[in-house]
Design a protein around this ligand. Structure first.
Ligand code: ADP
Length: 423
C-alpha cells in the first residue's frame, strides 16, 4: 500500500498522539521528528507518516515555512492527503498558527476548502454549534483560560479562527453530521461554492468523527486533532486491524527520565517501590565538571542484566527550583539534556534495546543524540504512549517516548516487565 496520509503535527507530543490514533485505526504509521530533508527515510510500506514539528507557538511565518517544507517532503513520499494536526484545545492566538498554516497548506495543494474539527471525545473535547467543550465546560470556562502561553478566553471556533485567516469560516452543525457522510459532503460543497474555505464541523462522539472522516476522504487537506485523524484512518482502513510491529527480542531495558511532571515523579516512585534499580543524576555535580555519565555507566554495568534500570534527572519542584536558581533554567535543562542524550547512546551501545524516555524535551534530546529521525509506531502501553521501533547501527531499537504527564503510575514497570521476545 502506498502512503495514504501525510500528517504535519504542530508539536512533538501531538505527533505521538496523532500517530497513535492512525495506528489505532489500523494504519501502518511512521513518526518523523523535526523538519525532514532528503536524507530522512521512512520505514517501508507505511500507510501514514506523521512529521512532528515545533510550530505551535513559533512566529507564524516560521510555522508556515516549516509546515510547507514538511508538506513537500510528504508529497515526495507519495502522500495522497495532508492532515494538519493541532491541539484539541485549539491552542493558538489571533495571529495563528492554525489559520496561517492551514491556509498555506491549502494554497500549496491548490485546494479551496478544508474540514476542521478539534473534537477528540476520548479526551473530553467535543464541538457543538461550533463551540469547543473541555469535558463539561466551555473552553473559555475551563482551566485553559489560564494557559501560560495562549489563554483561551473564547469557545467559539469560528470566532477564534476568523482573525487568523483572510478567508471565510463556516460551520457544519451536528444535525448534518448525524445525517451521514453524504450530507456532510453536500454541505462542504455548498460552502465551497459560497467561497467558504474553512469549514468547522460539530462532533460529539467517535461515530461523528467516523462520518466526518468518510466525508473528508477526498479533500487534499484536512485539519484537526487526533480524533478526526482516527476517523479518517478508519475511513481508509475499514477493518481497523493493525499489523503488528514486533519489538526486538532479548537485550536490556532502561528508562531515562528528564521530566519533572507530577505523573513522571509518581512513575519513578512506583519503579523504586517495585525494588528495581534506579539512579538519580546529580545535575549540580555534572555542572561543576564531574563525569556523571561515566559514574552512571559504572553503576549500570553492576546491575542485574535481567532487570530494567531507571536513570533520572527528574526532580521534585523544590529540588528543581534550587538547581535552576544556581544554574539558570536554560543552562540546567541543557546539562540534563546533554547527560541523558549521552547516556542513551552509551546504553544502546551496551545492549539496551528497549528504551523508555520520559519528558517531551527529553525525548527530543535523546532521539537527536541517537540520530533517530523516524520510527515505526506500534501498540500503545497507555493512551497516547505507543512503543515505536527504529533501525539503528545496533539493530532494532524499541523506543517509548512519553510526555511528562502521560501514562499510568505503573507504566515504567509494566511496559518493561515482559522480555520483548515473549510479547
Ligand atoms: P515534560 O514532558 O514533563 O514537560 P520535558 O522533558 O519536556 O518534560 O521537560 C523537563 C525539563 O526539565 C527538561 O528541559 C529537563 O532538561 C529539565 N530538568 C529535568 N531535571 C532537571 C533537574 N534536576 N534540574 C534542572 N532541570 C531539569
Amino acid at each position: 500500500m502506498t502512503l495514504r496520509i501525510g500528517c504535519i503535527a504542530d508539536d512533538f507530543t501531538g505527533g505521538t498522539d496523532v500517530a497513535a490514533a492512525f495506528r489505532r485505526a489500523g494504519l501502518r504509521t511512521a513518526l518523523v521528528f523535526g523538519t525532514p530533508d532528503a536524507a530522512t527515510a521512512l520505514p517501508p510500506d507505511c500507510d501514514a507518516a506523521v512529521v512532528a514539528l515545533k510550530s505551535r507557538s513559533t512566529p507564524a511565518a516560521e510555522a508556515v515555512a516549516d509546515s510547507t517544507t514538511a508538506q513537500n517532503w510528504l508529497w515526495a513520499q507519495g502522500a495522497a492527503q495532508i492532515y494538519f494536526k493541532y491541539c484539541s484545545t485549539f491552542d493558538s492566538t489571533a495571529h495563528g498558527n492554525i489559520g496561517p498554516v492551514s491556509d498555506a497548506l491549502l494554497d500549496a495543494a491548490g485546494a479551496t476548502v478544508t474540514l476542521h474539527t478539534p473534537a477528540s471525545p476520548a479526551n473530553g473535547r467535543t464541538v457543538y454549534q461550533g463551540h469547543l467543550f473541555v469535558h463539561d465546560q466551555l473552553l473559555s470556562d475551563s482551566p485553559l483560560r489560564h494557559h501560560p502561553l495562549n489563554p483561551m478566553t473564547d469557545a467559539s471556533l469560528p470566532r477564534l479562527l476568523t482573525p487568523q485567516t483572510t478567508h471565510p469560516v463556516a460551520l457544519i452543525d451536528w444535525a448534518t453530521v448525524r445525517s451521514g457522510p453524504a450530507a456532510v459532503r453536500d454541505a462542504l460543497l455548498t460552502h465551497q461554492r459560497n467561497g467558504v474555505r474553512h469549514v468547522i464541523a460539530d462532533a460529539l462522539t467517535d461515530d461523528d468523527l467516523a462520518v466526518l472522516g468518510a466525508a473528508a476522504l477526498e479533500l487534499p487537506v484536512v485539519a484537526g486533532a487526533a480524533g478526526l485523524a482516527e476517523g479518517l484512518g478508519h475511513a481508509y482502513h475499514a477493518t481497523g486491524a493493525a499489523t503488528p510491529v514486533p519489538l526486538p527480542a532479548g537485550g536490556r531495558a532502561a528508562v531515562l527520565a528528564g521530566s519533572c511532571s507530577a505523573r513522571t515523579l509518581e512513575q519513578i516512585a512506583q519503579f523504586y517501590a517495585a525494588g528495581l534499580p534506579s539512579l538519580h543524576l546529580d545535575v549540580l555535580a555534572a555542572a561543576t565538571g564531574r563525569d556523571v555519565v561515566t559514574e552512571a555507566l559504572a553503576w549500570y554495568d553492576a546491575q542485574d542484566p535481567a532487570a530494567p534500570v531507571l536513570i533520572y534527572a527528574s526532580a521534585s519542584p523544590e529540588e528543581l527550583a534550587a538547581v535552576q536558581a544556581q544554574l539558570g533554567v536554560a543552562e540546567a535543562a541543557a546539562h540534563v539534556e546533554e547527560l541523558l542524550g549521552a547516556l542513551a547512546v552509551h546504553l544502546v551501545d551496551r545492549g539496551v534495546n528497549r528504551l523508555l524516555v520520559a519528558g517531551g524535551e527529553t525525548s527530543g534530546a535523546v532521539t537527536t543524540a541517537l540520530g533517530v529521525r523516524a520510527v515505526l509506531v506500534g501498540d500503545e502501553a497507555d493512551p497516547g504512549v505507543p512503543w515505536t521501533t527504529a533501525d539503528t547501527k545496533n539493530g532494532t531499537l524499541a523506543l517509548m517516548l512519553k510526555s511528562g504527564n502521560f501514562g499510568a503510575p505503573d507504566l515504567f514497570t509494566r511496559a518493561l516487565a515482559t522480555p520483548a521476545g515473549d510479547r
